[in-house]
Structure formats: C-alpha cells, structure tokens
Design a protein around this ligand. Structure first.
Ligand SMILES: Nc1ncnc2c1ncn2[C@@H]1O[C@H](COP(=O)(O)OP(=O)(O)OP(=O)(O)O)[C@@H](O)[C@H]1O
Ligand SMILES: [Mg+2]
Length: 298
C-alpha cells in the first residue's frame, strides 16, 4: 500500500512537471539491437503501469514483427493504418490509433474495463519491411517520426516507442523523435556489446539530430535471482564502470506470467497484477518517474 501511495505521489509530481513547457509529453524509445531482450514486453508493461496511474499513454509499434501489436490485440487484427503508413505520410497518426481494452471479448462487445486500463497504441505490420528503403529515400527521413508525432504530443503524457532488433531505419527515427531512451538487456555474456552498440547509435543521433536525447536507464530483464548469477554481476559491473551506477534501473525477474499474458493478449497489469514481473515493473517505473522528475528539476 505504502508503495502504491508513493508511486501515486511521484506520479502527481511528474504530471505537474509535465505541465510545464519543457515537457508536456515524454517520448521514450525502448531500444536494443539484440533480439529477445524484453523491449516489447517492457514497453507494454511500463506503458500500462503509467496508464494505470492516470497518465495519458500512447504506445507505437515500430517493429515490422508487430509483437507489441499482437501482444495487445491478438494475431487476427486487421488494421486500417500502421506505423509504416504514418511515416510514409499516407495515414495521419490520429487515424491509426487503436485502443487496447482488456474487457473486450472477441465479438467486440463493449468493455467494462476502467478507462485507466485502456491503452492507446499504433500498430505495426510486416508490410513495414517493404517500406524501409522507400522511407530512407525521403528527404530528411530521420525526422519523419518526430514530425508525425507532433500532432499527438499535446494529447499524451508519455509516448513509448517499441523498436526492432536492429539499429536501422525504425530505431534511428525513434531515437531522433525521442526525448529519452531505455535499454533493456539480458544479464548474459554478450549483453554489454548490445548496450554499447545502442549507446553509440544514440550518441551519433544526439550529435547530429537530437542534442537533447537522454539515456533514461539500462535495466535487466529475465533476471533469475534464485541462482547465483555471476554473469549478471560481471555485466552490471562492466556497465557501472563505463556508464556509471546511476545508469542502471531495477532488474525484472524471469517470470512465466509475462509469456502467458502475451499469449492471452493482455498486459501483465491486467493478467497477473501480483506477479513478480508486475511488481518489478512497478519498481522500475517508479524509478523511471523519479529520474524524469530529476531531469525536470535539473
Ligand atoms: N522477465 C521475463 N521473464 C520471462 N520471460 C520474459 C521476460 N521478459 C520477456 N520475456 C519473454 O521473452 C521473449 C522476448 O521478449 P520480447 O519480445 O519483449 O523481447 P524483444 O526485445 O522485444 O524481442 P525482439 O528483439 O524480437 O523484438 C518473449 O517471449 C517474452 O514473453
Ligand atoms: Mg520486440
């Protein structure tokens, strides 16, 4: 209970901070070119927790694999517009936004879920693979997402961008559009290399196109605290040494509830609110909010 109250208070402070001109809306990219490290899982979990706290949240699926889309809408979704259309300029983002409603059944019956459990998202499609080279040829392609998000920024407190496992087009446009970025990583041998590659790409974007881009944190997913995890310790030490202890956010423990939630096309918040993963993502989100307040104060 005490934890919930402090989260709520923090949330109010961030809302107040958000009301200033500096940050009406935080656009946050979740990136790591390594596959399967928890980018999509974390984007949905953090987004749904922020939403449950009363923030207005939009999730954008920038990955042609469309895992975030499937996570929230199942696999039979027919979309009228996806992020590729939005970037190509053929569909305005406002027309591509869908809403995840946990109470809605397959027949589309009206949801009884409270508004705070609903989550806006813009879907992806496998077609986005075919859009990539065309987008790169567009004038000033790197800023396409930043421009596309402009009309919706005033309507959201947070826009979270789920990126694909590469440092190509969709990740670059996300880093250019973002105010800050998060790096999920697995506590394993080569994860430092993945973190380093994202940091280098972000530094490059920062130098050329987005000087305000902030690293909001690196965190570990699939953490197994039950076994003595020497590799995790080594990776954490390496990251602390190179990027500072303050760059690390709390880890998320390995939890099968996350996989089950995805299979059921539900957020972990809705599917298993008391699970280890839900508890860990709450802690992670709380620390993220603390950082955002700090950034605002600084
Ligand atoms: N903490 C966790 N505990 C158990 N399973 C997890 C955890 N986090 C993620 N997973 C599972 O790991 C798999 C990969 O996660 P996810 O899809 O979020 O990674 P990703 O980085 O988005 O992958 P990709 O690079 O392919 O987009 C999924 O099946 C997900 O359910
Ligand atoms: Mg993913």
């Amino acid at each position: 209970m005490a934890n919930n109250v402090s989260l709520l208070n923090l949330s109010i402070i961030v809302r107040m901070a958000n009301n200033s001109e500096a940050h009406n809306c935080w656009v946050i990219a979740v990136a790591n070119n390594k596959g399967g490290v928890g980018k999509t899982t974390s984007t949905v979990a953090i987004g749904s927790i922020l939403r449950s706290m009363g923030h207005r949240v939009l999730l954008c699926d920038l990955d042609p694999q469309g895992n975030l889309t499937t996570h929230l809408a199942g696999s039979n979704l027919e979309v009228s517009g996806h992020m590729g259309d939005v970037l190509a300029g053929s569909v305005p983002i406002t027309e591509a936004i869908l809403t995840y409603e946990p109470g809605k059944d397959a027949s589309g019956a009206l949801s009884k879920a409270p508004e705070a459990a609903q989550l806006d998202f813009v879907p992806a499609s496998y077609e986005m693979n075919m859009f990539e080279s065309g987008l790169q040829k567009k004038n000033g392609y790197a800023t396409l997402l930043r421009t596309a998000l402009r009309p919706v920024r005033p309507h959201y407190d947070f826009i979270l961008l789920d990126t694909p496992p590469s440092l190509q087009t969709y990740t670059i446009v996300s880093l250019v559009a973002a105010d800050g970025y998060l790096i999920p990583a697995e506590p394993e041998k080569f994860s430092y290399d993945g973190v380093k590659a994202v940091m280098e790409a972000a530094e490059n974007v920062k130098d050329r196109l987005n000087p305000g881009l902030l690293l909001l944190g690196i965190f570990f997913t699939c953490y197994n605290a039950d076994i003595r995890n020497v590799t995790h310790k080594l990776v954490v030490e390496q990251i602390e040494k190179n990027y500072g202890a303050e760059s690390i956010l709390p880890s998320v423990r390995k939890d099968a509830a996350l996989v089950k939630a995805q299979v059921n096309a539900q957020t972990i918040q809705h599917f298993a609110p008391d699970s280890r993963a839900a508890v860990d993502y709450h802690e992670l989100t709380a620390q993220l909010l603390t950082r955002l307040v700090q950034e605002h104060v600084d």
